[in-house]
Design a protein around this ligand. Structure first.
Ligand code: B12
Length: 280
């Protein structure tokens, strides 16, 4: 049976911005967690005391006043002082990016900023609590395992390969033609990731159109994933528009799908799943 996770949503500080705290409280309840909301204007001492009294798994603090760098670590230290450091502490609100490393170094496990889908906060807490308790639950939300390769559009493999092989001394792993995409690909081993040189074999190739519009150069970044159908689904649920809703065969026996650059800050990202091949 799944453990019922208990979370204290706390609103430290003197400001009255409670919408984020209320929204997160409701989202965690909808996900099936027990949520206790402290209400506004709680001191770090009050938050620590409530967390221990309510025997919660995690504290989620919401702060939009700018006082997060003082208030969040005070709660972490208060928990330590009471021997309750197993309680997971996370935070959210209007928190500048540059403050996040400081907070994470000071015991706040994760910060969620405006725009984070609430479901992601729930999944994060669930995973953190189960990991802490050593419970092996299949909470398989991780999308990117690694950068698998970088795709580079070239006019001609013959002209480009000497630079990669003779000047950069990369190792050529193989050359493959993917007829369905009208492209010829050279795979180069560059340590932990690969470089793929993509040469169009005719004018119907999307690589040909890319070179016409933008010239030769970086075409896409491929993210290594497992369980590609599930990743596509996850991304779509988070508002990402996919060029391919269903995976298609790619080079080297991989299953691939591209995300639309309009929803990925202008970068063409490929999901690349080689796990079924590796299992054979
Ligand atoms: C709405 C608002 C108000 C409303 C608050 C209504 C209410 N009951 O909440 C009112 C009009 C009352 C208000 C007043 C003030 N405000 Co105001 N307000 C905002 C505004 C425009 C939006 C905040 C909001 O509700 N967003 C929607 C919610 C849902 O988003 P959120 O809280 O960020 O939550 C999301 C994430 O951050 C995260 N999250 C949040 N908390 C948590 C917690 C956990 C555990 C997790 C996992 C995730 C999480 O998940 C949520 C969903 O994605 C922001 C600007 C902004 N763009 O954020 C300014 C802002 C917060 N306000 C600001 C200020 C200065 C004030 C005033 C001091 C202005 C004044 N001089 O009077 C007063 C203070 C009044 C008081 N008594 O506290 C500043 C704060 C500056 C700072 N941090 O240094 C901001 C940033 C505006 C700005 N750019 O200057 N405000």
């Amino acid at each position: 049976m799944k453990k019922k996770i208990r979370v204290l949503i706390a609103k430290p500080g003197l400001d009255g911005h409670d919408r984020g705290a209320l929204i997160i409280s409701q989202a965690l309840r909808d996900y099936g967690m027990e949520v206790i909301y402290t209400g506004l204007r709680q001191t770090p001492e009050q938050i620590v005391a409530s967390a221990i009294q309510e025997d919660v798994d995690a504290i989620g603090m919401s702060c939009l006043s700018g006082a997060h760098n003082e208030l969040f670590p005070e709660v972490v230290n208060g928990l330590k002082g009471q021997g309750a450091e197993e309680i997971i502490v996370i935070g959210g609100g209007v928190i500048p990016w540059e403050d996040i490393p400081f907070l994470e170094k000071n015991g706040v496990q994760k910060i969620f900023t405006p725009g984070t889908p609430s479901i992601e906060t729930a999944k994060y807490i669930e995973k953190a609590v189960y990991q802490r308790d050593g419970i092996n639950l299949d909470v398989d939300n991780e999308i990117v395992k690694k950068v698998d390769h970088i795709g580079i559009a070239v006019e001609s493999l013959d002209e480009s390969l000497p630079f990669y092989l003779d000047t950069l001394h990369l190792k050529l792993e193989g050359i493959e033609e993917v007829k369905s995409e009208s492209v010829k690909i050279a795979f180069l081993n560059a340590g932990n990731i690969r470089i793929e040189l993509l040469e169009p074999t005719n004018e119907s190739s999307s690589i040909h159109s890319f070179i016409q519009k933008r010239g030769v150069g970086i075409h896409h970044v491929a993210l290594g994933v497992e369980n590609i159908e599930k990743r596509i689904q996850q991304l779509k649920e988070n508002g990402i528009s996919m060029i391919h809703d269903v995976p298609k065969p790619g080079a080297g026996g991989a299953e691939i799908a591209f995300m639309h650059p309009k929803s990925t800050q202008g970068v063409l990202y490929e999901l690349c799943d080689k796990s079924s091949k590796e299992r054979i």
